[in-house]
Design a protein around this ligand. Sequence first.
Ligand SMILES: *Cc1c(COP(=O)(O)O)cnc(C)c1O
Length: 381
Amino acid sequence: MNEKFVYAPGPTSVRENVRLERARITTNPDVDEEFVEFYKNICDKIGKIIETKNPVYILSGEGILGLEAACASLTEPGDRVLVLDNGIYGRSFKDFVEMYGGEGVYFSCDYNKAIDESKLNEFLSVDHDFKYATIVHCDTPTGVLNDLSKICPLLNEYGILTVVDSVSAMGGEEIRVDDWKIDIALGGSQKAFSAPAGLTMVSISEKAKEAMKNRKTPVIGFYCNLNIWENYYANKWFPYTMPISDIMGLDKAVDNILDEGIQNVLKRHEKIAYATRKAVSEFGLELFLEDGYSNTVTAVKIPENIGAQRLKNHMLSKYNTLIITSLNPYEDIILRIGHMGENAKVDKILYALNIIENGLKDLGFESNGELVNSFIRHLNN
Ligand SMILES: *Cc1c(COP(=O)(O)O)cnc(C)c1O
């Protein structure tokens, strides 16, 4: 594949030390107990990043595996599940719920705003008979960030378990699993962690574990059954062969975060996201969102006479740079600047913004502002 500059809200750039780590000679992860310790250690480090004492597991499969596994493990036929819907990933959770026999009930909100927890509270005061609820932390196609610190404790008060898709936020946004009472938190290796795609991280609370164990019907399937992980450490045994090279790469990526300091990492994301939004607005473009801006991805509306897809194709063919649009129905409306993980670095975003600035001008966009200069000006205030 030709090398190009890629600036997407995941998969993100992978630092050289992570790439090299995956090339190292490995042991046998099935029988070597040193690997069990290594695996436990990286899970504990991830637990530190997401502020939880709950057990954390790394599953062999891209982020979607985690979403499906949570639904497969919790849902029994006829269970009612609340699906919080203010974005494309949020809405799609219902498919997983219903695939496993549950009844998904939407709480739908505007897609250009964060979920309003007072409206959710009103809804719940009338109907709260749900086994669990699904919530997306950052809904990546539009970049909307939901306030888990309010939503999850509220659901918890009503006795509803919480399943959080934090795939595009974890590692770039604050997430405090224990304080916020998140029963199942899901992350992916390829977003803000900046490791290659292929791994899911999942933390499971005691209450979620009880719910999964006290089912009347068995979990359908094996790969998606979260119960199979429970005693891996005591038994020194994994349900299937662990992708050791991928996990060694992720371990290095996790160390990159811990070495920088998680608070510094979050601050870096926040500064870059803020300056990006300011610069885009001053340049004369409109942000897709009215509130709920995430620090990991910024969705920018591209004027109709230019079109997001034409801009994307132009930047790729003229500048060998891949900056992507969004998913249906936004694919020609939104350009997404994904500033997460290794991509939330000043040099990388300067490059990306420079290409966007030039690409837009090439296609006739008229602006009195300067995208790159405006970004620099806002970086330190
Ligand atoms: C990236 C992502 C996932 C993982 O799914 P893919 O579509 O396969 O990349 C899940 N949830 C969210 C919010 C994501 O951004």
